[in-house]
Design a protein around this ligand. Structure first.
Ligand code: ZN
Length: 868
């Protein structure tokens, strides 16, 4: 039945060309015959028409119908999202290819890892295989058009029997993730639909991915979010040659950006991958030209630098970023009195857009056009796409220098090493562990050390994460201001997380075994200490705050020594946690130690040094204004570590803030206006009343909170907020001209006073993350007993990794400063002490501060008695 109806459909659609503007029409005709409802009939409106957005629930049921009605489409739930919605992938190809999918996937895997494969075999496999095209839409949920486009594309590929579509399906396999962020599609589209006909703002005002918001595509090497891991699992399973990542840019942007990208490319990306990217990008632009879609541009704005946005390119695929211009209020026409956008043609912008209106329908048309041209380009030339993919793999596995990275065993922060191993393992990097001691590069390494040979398929991914970045000095024009990178410039994990990894240039011998799984290093719990003794937990690992959460939750008294001490001939640094040896404490410490690999010690005697007792059940308030991304990232960290925190609400200001909180943290971007004005009640309904402004009266209450004994921790631009709240004696020192001073996401030198409670457990030179932040001079150290905890060195090289112009302006400037304000405690960080959860070693200082402020201070006698 279905087959005969399809045949009929063939004759109707065969005449339809690939011009995407005609796509909706062609699919509409075909589908009636195939038993699959036409999108417009199913959704009840013309997809892409003004003011109409399909919901995720309805999209899912539609995709299931399409898969059920077509032998070209497989529907698969690949996992659950952060908020528990289905994360879905469609696999689309000819029936024959889908029946043969395991074999085609195996060919891709073999070409991706060609160790032991002869050139002749590679050529044979390239001839037998089919290239895979992975298209992802909707990661940025307010860029609503591209997910809607997937509805029509899926329908057309399932039902259209034109020679063009047949050619595509016979010669390529499509992996379609119609929304990389289903949570966001829910939040944004449902909110848009719910506010229809109201005077409220139509755009969902908060983060459209619970923790990361718009930064959800800045997570592609730390893999903190489940959606990132799902995406990576698709890449690692199928080894696609092309990855299209569909986005939207601003209303005035080019109507469609595609690659080629701007320089620079990360040197760890194979030049063949860059070349393939350029070729595909130019094909997409030609496709738009052929379809009469004006206003396309390439070679601007976006680059191929940070791995946080381009996992795929270290794994053999090209990343095709497509950015259609946006419309008004998500889904309504954008209109200007004159033609929209730049009107000056150029060699990378051949035809300016000549209309005064731009619609949602056009976003779908342009996005679909890039997709169809992309997949056709692949289907027209499958052998070369597969063979060049093989060549990228072949060059990776035959690299001879540098030879390897070695991560020594027994480092000061087991959590940092384990997080790194997990990142590399998730990124399909082979990690080997030494069974015995060995020598490499003239240095001895103990058994248990990790070896990452760089001659492996994804050695470049490991290398870019472990090495120091040297970003080129690029200017807008000779002598002009710096040419901005699209995102940040450094990703050196050893500096971000606080561990050491050695690059070894020349070959060496080591007896190693391949790690199949990343597990915590086995630890042995010491025997319970004798009377008068205690458990001790070093302050070095950022992971210790998981212990603190557990101890606090169970009400176990927890102390920290404020000075170093020795016990049994062993030295313990300032900040060491000291815990009375109850059975309950032992259970908690043992479980956490086993799950993290962070060792616990027993000391025979509680030392007679100054110290503190953490406040039982320390209550932390997280300032998280709607759509503030840094606070979202911190919230993720808090949730991972089970921190006892709440997001601060306007209603909290009805009483005193101290009724609810002991310590409050202002991540980057919490300005006074965000606190005082907040969301406007006229624009956002009552469900957002928690985020309405608290007014000047609230501002005063926040000040009172500190003066009456509260702790306030601020980082990044929120240092300015804390300063204006409390008149902190801080003066910014950095020039504002980017040609004079510039640091767009880099790791910088720091001198840290590890005896200060803010910095307990830090190394004295732990680098800091700096992205367009500020450094300070303390104008009046006596005011509030200001103590500089971290500062930039007085001279010498300030740059550790990334890019820095004008480092001398940092010389001697203060970064982190602790103050006693009234009865309260304030710590400010000019730099971003919690950036996307990347700089976890530095972020430990935020945790230290939040717990130290509310703690009870004990003198040596009191500490020796553990407060008793
Ligand atoms: Zn985007």
């Amino acid at each position: 039945m279905r087959a005969s109806l399809r045949k009929l459909a063939t004759s109707i659609v065969a005449v339809i060309t690939l011009v995407t503007t005609a796509g909706a029409v062609s699919s509409a005709r075909a589908s009636a015959a195939a038993g699959i409802p036409r999108p417009d009939d199913y959704f009840g409106f013309h997809i892409g028409s003004d003011g109409h957005l399909a919901t995720w629930d309805k999209m899912l049921s539609y995709f299931q119908l399409v898969a059920k009605g077509s032998d070209r489409v497989n529907y698969e739930k690949a996992g659950d999202t952060t908020l528990g919605y289905p994360y879905v992938m469609l696999t689309i190809s000819s029936k024959q290819n889908l029946d043969n999918l395991n074999r085609l996937t195996a060919i891709n895997a073999r070409l991706a890892d060609p160790r032991g494969l002869s050139q002749a075999e590679a050529q044979r496999l390239a001839a037998q295989g089919k290239p895979f095209y992975y298209v992802q839409a909707g990661i940025h949920a307010t860029e609503v058009g591209n997910s809607q486009a997937m509805i029509e594309i899926a329908h057309r590929l399932a039902t259209d029997s034109s020679p063009t579509i047949k050619h595509i399906l016979d010669n390529a396999v499509i992996l379609m993730v119609p929304s990389q962020n289903p949570d966001g599609l829910h939040l944004v589209n449902d909110y848009f639909n719910a506010t229809a006909g109201t005077n409220f703002n139509r755009t969902y005002p908060d983060l459209y991915q619970k923790y990361t918001g718009h930064d959800d595509n800045r997570d592609w090497f730390m893999f903190t979010q489940v959606e990132s891991r799902l995406m990576v699992s698709i890449q690692n399973k199928y080894h696609p040659q092309v990855f299209q990542d569909a986005h939207q840019a601003g209303t005035g942007a080019p109507r469609m950006f595609t690659p080629p990208y701007l320089s620079p490319s990360d040197p760890n990306i194979d030049p063949i991958t860059v070349q393939q990217t350029n070729a595909m990008g130019m094909a997409m632009q030609r496709g738009m030209t052929a379809a009469g879609l004006k206003g396309g541009q390439w070679g601007t704005t976006y680059d191929y630098w940070t791995p946080s946005r381009q996992y795929q390119v270290y794994h053999g695929a090209v990343r095709m970023l497509t950015e259609a211009a946006s419309v008004s209020n998500l889904a309504y026409p954008y209109t200007r009195p004159t033609p929209i956008g730049d009107q000056q043609p150029d060699t990378n912008f051949i035809e300016p857009y000549d209309k005064t209106t731009w619609t949602l329908r056009q976003i779908l048309d342009y996005t679909s056009n890039t997709f169809y041209t992309g997949i056709e380009t692949l289907a027209n030339d499958p052998y070369n796409w597969l063979y060049n993919f093989y060549q990228v793999g072949q060059r990776a596995v035959t690299k001879t220098s540098p030879y390897a990275y070695v991560i020594p065993a027994n480092q000061r922060d087991p959590q940092a090493v384990r997080d790194t191993l997990d990142i590399l393992h998730t990124g399909a990097v082979e990690i080997r562990q030494a069974r015995t001691a060995f020598t490499a590069g003239g240095k001895n390494y103990p058994a248990g050390s990790y070896v990452i040979y760089l001659a492996q398929p994804y050695g470049g991914f490991a290398k870019t994460l472990l090495e120091v970045q040297k970003y080129p000095q690029l200017a807008e024009y000779p002598g002009g201001p710096p040419q901005e990178p699209y995102d940040v410039t450094a990703q050196t994990l050893p500096m971000l997380l606080g561990f050491s990894a050695d690059l070894v240039k020349d070959p060496f011998q080591a007896d190693t075994t391949l790690l199949q799984q990343i597990k915590p290093v086995p630890v042995t719990m010491p025997a319970p200490p004798a009377a008068g003794g205690a458990y001790a937990l070093g302050p070095e690992s950022y992971g210790v705050f998981q212990f603190v959460s557990d101890l606090q939750k169970q009400g176990v008294p927890t102390f920290r020594a404020a000075q170093k001490f020795t016990d049994g001939g062993r030295e313990f640094p300032a900040g060491t946690f000291v815990i009375p040896p109850t059975d309950q404490a032992r259970q908690i410490l043992q479980a956490r130690s086993a799950s993290t690999g962070i060792p616990v010690s027993a000391i025979s005697k509680v030392p007679g040094v100054d110290g503190v007792q953490l406040k039982a059940g320390t209550r932390i308030g997280l300032y998280k204004p709607p759509n503030n991304i840094p606070s979202g990232w911190l919230m993720w960290m808090f949730d991972q570590y089970h921190v006892n925190y709440q997001v601060i609400k306007t209603q909290d200001y009805e009483g005193d803030l101290s009724d609810k909180y002991d310590a409050i943290v202002l991540p980057d971007g919490v300005s006074k206006s965000k606190i005082v004005n907040g969301l406007n009640a006229a624009s956002y309904p009552a469900e957002w009343n928690w985020a309405y402004g608290v007014g000047e009266a609230g501002w005063t209450k926040l000040r009172d909170f500190v003066n009456n004994g509260g702790t306030l921790v601020a980082y990044g631009s929120s240092t300015t907020t804390a300063q204006s709240l409390l008149e902190l004696p801080l003066e910014p020192v950095l020039p504002t001209e980017s040609s004079t001073f510039y640091s767009p996401g880099s790791l910088l030198s720091q001198q840290i006073d590890a005896d200060n409670p803010v910095a307990w457990g830090m190394t004295a030179d732990n680098p800091v993350w700096f992205e367009g932040n500020q450094a300070y001079r303390v104008t009046d150290p006596a005011k509030y007993d200001a103590k500089v905890v971290g500062k930039y060195p007085d001279s010498g090289e300030q740059l550790q990794s990334g890019w820095l112009i004008g480092g001398k302006y940092l010389n001697g400037a203060a970064n982190s400063v602790a103050f006693k304000v009234g009865k309260g405690y304030v710590v400010t960080f000019g730099s971003e002490a919690g950036y996307r959860t990347w700089n976890r070693a530095e972020q430990k200082m935020v945790f230290n501060s939040l717990y130290y402020g509310p703690s009870q201070k004990l003198d040596a006698d009191q500490f020796a008695r553990l407060g008793g």
